[in-house]
Design a protein around this ligand. Structure first.
Ligand SMILES: [Zn+2]
Length: 573
């Protein structure tokens, strides 16, 4: 019997073309030897070498294990004792928005009101006075003065041009912009938003959650995303070790842009595209929108996947519009220009809209994700998810995005409902100084409280929420994944103070939250997130040891080599 088999094997070998005979038929495309391979498998085991064939790991173990796969065409990387980690998964980026904004005007990080005024003055030289000037994104927590610019300050820099300072869910206008938009002392607040007025009843220029009033003044064409710019953004990610992303809020057009990028053979990392559900007046409108989408949740392949769907439930904590259980308090007066002691922020949708949209998405088979920053907002979203899942729970992985104010009861409830949390430690690094002063240390003690979620058993992904700019550390927000890991493990802010070390997590846990756990957010845990035989061959060779280097070294770690599917996608020179 054995003889017979050997004979058949020889016969098959004899008909293989000569060119194939020159290499072992099963040789790997890529082998890495002599590494310190942090696999992030179930046991967090460490290996020495890996081999990748046809896009997937075929060996993870000793040098001998991997060497057995080397053939004449195998590329062999000398690990030189360097640390190797799974490809980083950033579950929250806005690469489409970055690309659209970069194509229109490269991002400038404005760090003070003085810098903002200088920027405005130079813009007024370039533009005719009818043209609206929109600034780069500016958050008061990141301005040296730690407040919104006043209307008068904007008027001094731009007396004639309408100016909008863009703080995402808040906008600061100069007098010309208020006039051009027809916003006066008699204007009523739009639903879910506010036109802030001074003691005399005059608009101060600050609009909270009222972007709709300005939509028609936005520069045309800023939605257009050139493929080469999107590709350029992705190359920046690859250079930091990011091999997979979730776009966290695209239109259907944005999804189409990704399809076009892939067709053009220019999609070099793996992407899932979250699609925003536009607010609708009634549930029928939501049902029509979701029902009309030309794809179902999870359609696609290992390079591009559709979904989930996203709603925006409240505002942001950098601008004081998160919907909070407790009033912001007058300590927040300077940072957010709040003077009502009862002010608790906003929901941007009604509780009924949140409930019906999540229920419809759930029923139609979509994973649903909700931007929700404040603790009271989280209560509303969890109520909605609990109601939507009643009778049909399943493994749906509906997700809270941001959920900045962690507490044990909410965490236990999220765990029970199978709800995931997608959050951004680099905001703690950038913003916890300003927030501690405004909101008090007690409230900020659990800001991005990773350990509270972890202890309750909630799946957490840490990520960057990259919105603007191409510099990993100077972008809004920084997309250096090792800054995220630094912030998650040290709770250190940019000024160097530690805000509640008890919420820090271990380096192993932080790495898990950017790899193995992050893969679960797009239902990709069987294919990504760890270095294991059978999984996609995505990994990163680092320039220092992530588990043992000094804490300060963590945030300057660099990717020497980034590999996707066994192909080198980035090599540092
Ligand atoms: Zn975002």
């Amino acid at each position: 019997m054995l003889k017979h088999l050997v004979a058949v094997t020889l016969l098959v070998a004899a008909v293989v073309p000569v060119s194939r005979m020159q290499q072992p038929a099963r040789s790997a495309d890529l082998v890495l030897l002599d590494g310190r391979v942090v696999t992030v498998d179930e046991r967090f085991s460490i290996a020495t070498a890996v081999a990748v064939r046809d896009g997937r790991f075929v060996a993870v173990g000793s040098n001998a294990d991997a060497r057995a796969h080397i053939g004449s065409t195998t590329r062999v990387i000398d690990g030189r004792g360097r640390t190797v980690i799974p490809g980083i998964i950033d579950t929250h980026v806005h690469a489409l928005d970055v690309a659209a904004a970069e194509a229109a005007q490269p991002f400038r990080n404005l760090r003070s009101i003085g810098e903002l005024q200088d920027w405005l003055r130079s813009e007024t030289q370039r533009q005719t006075p009818e043209r609206w000037i929109w600034t780069p994104r500016v958050f008061p927590t990141r301005l040296r003065e730690r407040r919104f610019p006043s209307r008068q300050e904007l008027d001094r820099a731009a007396p004639r041009h309408p100016v909008v300072v863009d703080s995402a869910y808040a906008f600061s206008l100069n007098s010309a912009a208020l006039r051009a938009a027809g916003i006066t002392r008699d204007s009523a607040d739009p639903p879910g938003g506010a036109i802030v007025k001074d003691a005399a009843g005059e608009p101060t220029g600050l609009l909270r959650n009222a972007g709709g009033l300005l939509a028609r003044f936005r520069p045309a064409g800023s939605e257009r995303v050139p493929l080469e710019t999107l590709e350029q953004v992705h190359r920046q990610y690859l250079a930091t070790g990011i091999t997979s992303v979730i776009e966290r809020g695209a239109s259907l057009d944005g999804y189409r842009t990704y399809e076009a990028l892939k067709r053009a053979d220019r999609l070099h990392l793996r992407a899932s595209v979250t699609i925003r559900v536009p607010p609708a007046d009634d549930p029928a409108g939501v049902e029509r929108f979701i029902g009309s989408l030309p794809m179902r949740f999870g359609d696609g392949d290992h390079w591009l996947k559709a979904g989930p769907l996203k709603i925006v439930a409240d505002g942001g904590i950098l601008i004081g519009t998160s919907f909070m259980r407790e009033p912001y308090g007058l300590g927040a007066r300077q940072l957010y220009a709040v003077d009502d002691p009862r002010y608790r922020g906003f929901l941007t949708l009604t509780t009924a809209q949140i409930a019906s949209t999540l229920a419809i998405g759930h029923r139609l088979g979509w994973q649903m994700v909700a931007h929700v920053t404040g603790d009271a907002g989280v209560d509303v979203v969890l109520d909605a998810i609990e109601a939507a899942q009643r009778g049909s729970p399943g493994d749906r992985r509906h997700t809270l995005i941001h959920a900045y104010f962690a507490n044990p009861a909410t965490a236990a409830r999220a765990a029970r409902l199978g709800v995931l949390v997608d959050t951004q430690p680099a905001w703690h690094y950038k913003d916890a100084d300003a927030l501690s002063d405004a909101l008090g240390r007690n409230r900020v003690a659990h800001f991005i409280g990773l350990d509270t979620w972890r202890r309750a058993g909630v799946e957490v992904a840490i990520n960057t929420d990259h919105m603007f700019g191409l510099d990993r550390n100077d972008a809004m927000n920084p997309f250096n994944p090792f800054l995220t890991i630094y912030a998650a493990t040290t709770r250190r802010t940019e000024s160097g103070r530690v805000v509640n070390a008890a919420e820090a997590v271990s380096r192993q846990d932080a790495l898990r939250m950017m790899t193995r756990a992050a893969a679960r957010f797009s239902f990709d845990e069987k294919n990504r997130g760890s270095i294991e035989a059978g999984k996609l061959g995505d990994f990163v060779v680092l320039d220092d040891h992530i588990l043992t280097c000094s804490a300060e070294r963590l945030r300057t770690l660099r990717a020497d080599i980034t590999v996707i599917g066994g192909l080198v996608a980035h090599e540092r020179r």
